[in-house]
Each structure stands twice: as structure tokens, then as C-alpha cells.
Design a protein around this ligand. Structure first.
Ligand code: HEM
Length: 350
């Protein structure tokens, strides 16, 4: 009994000693001076590192990278060392292209992409302030015309919801560390970003599926047709106020369909499948270089699509009276159909 008591006591003393050393080590580390390391990216610039090094230690401020730029910019090719495991990449300890990728991602894409999104957003706000919502010239007739089926609307809203989830989580992944991390703190932000990343990874394939179905449903209604050229030449009469007759979809909607949804959607989906490592029917080696290129293509196309989507969402909601009705209820008022899609309206009334 006596011996076991002394054993417990000894264990407690050792544990207390270890805890004390750990705690004092941590508090010393928190107070230790941390010199900002140089970064050529322009975003992770040393000036962004706070004077208070505790901010670095508690994770509320990112530390500048890289640790030693000369390693990454040396002219030699990446040294390939010998490894006896199947993972070929394990033999490359420092992949120099990774540094270039980091500069493109945190520099060009982050900065110019941010400008593009800001210009699109404030351009729309300015248009709303200056021109306001596009109103109907005639009063509503009360006569309803069927525009979209229940299935059309289900696919569209699933696509829209998954897009919004992807946009929010994607922007967090790219920009969150600049505004959310300082507010939330490093630990909470890390957990939050982990959730964002998983939502992003699993929602991507759903978005792709919606794009494919929506494409099959509406490609025939987006073929070039009468009225498109006139629509492009006057930009839909938005600035002149002139009425431009359009078919079921107008020229602007067709650009959104072919370039915005189909082309950008497929580029984002293909690169996203590579990043998710789930490309079907193909033998792809998910090497670091492949992932870096996929990442650059993915984020550039996604930012472009988000900027275009802002315009689409604006016109589909507060930017034009009655435009949401078709996607909400399946029906539009005859006055709306006549004023915005006159060629379609005339065809129905033939
Ligand atoms: C919350 C966001 C969104 C809103 C409020 C919205 C609203 C609308 C509305 C009202 C229409 C019907 C326009 C008409 O009757 O002519 C429409 C059509 C359409 N939407 Fe959306 N939408 C949203 C998100 C998206 C997203 C994320 C995509 C694609 C990724 C998308 C792709 C389309 C396409 C392709 C059409 C048909 C245009 C055409 O085929 O030419 N929408 N949307």
C-alpha cells in the first residue's frame, strides 16, 4: 500500500513537472520575438505581419512565407531523391514550381480576381442606384403564360443553391484568411475552413450534374436565332431604353447559358474533379504539378463565373420587375412575356 502511494506521488510529480515545462515553454514561445520573413507575393507581405508577435503565436495572424526564398528560386531542377515506396513524389522534397503556384494563387488570382469581383459588384450597385429596376411599361394583364416546368425549376434552383454554397466556401478558401481568420482566431478558423472545404468538395459533383441536366433541357432553346444580333448591338436596349424583341431567351441569356454556365461550368467541373481526385474513366496521376495547374484553372474560371453570376442574379431578382416569377411559379404574366420576349409571345399567339 505504502509503495503504491509513493508510486502515484512520483507519477504526479513527474506529470506536474512536464506540464509546467510545457506551459512555461508555450508562454515563452508566445512572447518570443518572431521576425517577419520576406515574401515576394505582395499579399503575404511582411508589412501584414503584426508588430505584436503574440498574434502570430495564437494563430490570429498568418506568418509570412516562404521560409527561405533562395531554396525555391535556385535555377536547378528539383532534386529527385531515391525512395523505395510507390509514391514517386515522395522523392522530391522541395518542388520549386510550388512556389510559383503560390505566387500566382496568392498574387495574381487573389488580387486581380478580387478586383474583378469588386468591379462586378459595385458596377451592379451603381447600375441599380443610377437606373433602378427595369419596370414594365404596361400594367400586369393577370393572364399567366407557362414558362418553366416543375422539373426545370427544380434543376435550376438546385444548381443555384449548390453554386451559392460553392461560391461562399470557395471564397472563404481563397480570401478567408485575410478577413475571417483575424476575427475568428486561428483555431476556430481552421475548423471552420475544414467544414467549408468538405462542403465544397462534396457539393461540386452535384453542381456538375445540374449543369449537365440543365444543358440537356435548354440547349435547343439557346440556339442562335432571330433577334439575337439586334440584342447584342444595342445591349438589350438597357442604356438606350429602346425595345428589342427577343425569343424565348434573349442574347444576354444565351451568352450566360453557353459561356457562363456551359463553358465555365465545365472548365470548373473538370478541374474540380481533378482536385477532388475523382476523374472517372481516365487514369490520371494526381501529381503536385497537375494539382497546381488544376487549381489555377479552377479558381480563375470560378471567379469569372461568379462575376457573371452576379449580373444574372441581379437581373433575375431586383434588377427586373417580374423576371423571378417564371423560375418561382413556372408562369409569367403576358405583359412581361410581350415586353421582354416578344418573338416568343407572338409565336404562342399565332
Ligand atoms: C440565386 C441565384 C439565381 C437566381 C435568382 C436566378 C434566377 C433566374 C431566373 C429568374 C431565370 C429565368 C429567366 C427567364 O425567365 O428568362 C433564370 C434562368 C437561368 N439561370 Fe438562373 N438564377 C440564379 C442562379 C443561377 C446559377 C448559379 C446558374 C448557373 C450556374 C444559373 C443559370 C441559369 C440559366 C442557364 C438560365 C436560363 C438562361 C438560358 O438558358 O438562356 N442561374 N435564373
Amino acid at each position: 500500500m505504502k509503495r503504491s502511494f509513493s508510486k502515484v506521488l512520483r507519477t504526479l510529480v513527474v506529470a506536474a513537472g512536464l506540464s509546467l515545462s510545457l506551459a512555461s515553454g508555450l508562454s515563452y514561445a508566445e512572447r518570443a520575438q518572431m521576425v517577419p520573413l520576406p515574401s515576394p507575393s505582395g499579399v503575404d507581405h511582411p508589412l501584414y505581419v503584426p508588430a505584436n508577435p503574440n498574434k502570430l503565436a495564437d494563430g490570429t495572424q498568418a506568418q509570412s512565407q516562404p521560409a527561405n526564398p533562395s531554396i525555391f528560386t535556385a535555377p536547378n531542377a528539383d532534386p529527385q531523391n531515391y525512395v523505395s515506396i510507390p509514391d514517386r513524389q515522395a522523392g522530391v522534397l522541395i518542388q520549386r514550381a510550388g512556389q510559383e503556384w503560390r505566387l500566382i494563387r496568392n498574387g495574381i488570382i487573389t488580387v486581380y480576381g478580387g478586383w474583378l469581383l469588386a468591379i462586378a459588384f459595385f458596377g451592379i450597385v451603381a447600375m441599380y442606384i443610377l437606373k433602378g429596376s427595369i419596370k414594365l411599361h404596361e400594367p400586369l394583364s393577370g393572364m399567366k403564360i407557362k414558362r418553366f416546368s416543375l422539373f426545370d425549376r427544380f434543376v435550376h434552383w438546385t444548381m443555384a443553391a449548390s453554386f451559392l454554397a460553392l461560391t461562399f466556401t470557395g471564397l472563404m478558401i481563397l480570401y478567408g484568411k485575410y478577413f475571417a481568420m483575424p476575427v475568428m482566431g486561428g483555431v476556430a478558423y481552421g475548423a471552420f475552413l475544414d467544414v467549408c472545404k468538405n462542403i465544397h468538395n462534396f457539393t461540386g459533383p452535384l453542381f456538375t450534374l445540374c449543369i449537365v441536366i440543365f444543358f440537356l433541357l435548354f440547349a435547343h432553346k439557346n440556339l442562335p436565332g432571330k433577334g439575337d444580333m439586334a440584342w447584342f448591338l444595342s445591349f438589350g436596349g438597357i442604356f438606350s431604353g429602346k425595345h428589342v424583341p427577343a425569343g424565348f431567351f434573349n442574347g444576354g441569356e444565351k451568352v450566360w447559358f453557353w459561356f457562363g454556365m456551359t463553358f465555365l461550368g465545365l472548365v470548373i467541373s473538370a478541374s474540380g474533379f481533378v482536385l477532388d481526385m475523382i476523374v472517372p474513366f481516365m487514369q490520371i496521376e494526381y501529381l503536385r504539378g497537375t494539382m497546381q495547374i488544376a487549381n489555377i484553372i479552377h479558381s480563375s474560371a470560378a471567379i469569372l463565373m461568379t462575376a457573371m453570376a452576379m449580373g444574372h442574379i441581379y437581373i433575375g431578382t431586383i434588377g427586373m420587375q417580374g423576371s423571378i416569377d417564371g423560375m418561382k411559379t413556372g408562369y409569367v404574366d403576358a405583359t412581361w412575356a410581350k415586353e421582354h420576349h416578344e418573338l416568343w409571345y407572338d409565336k404562342l399567339n399565332k
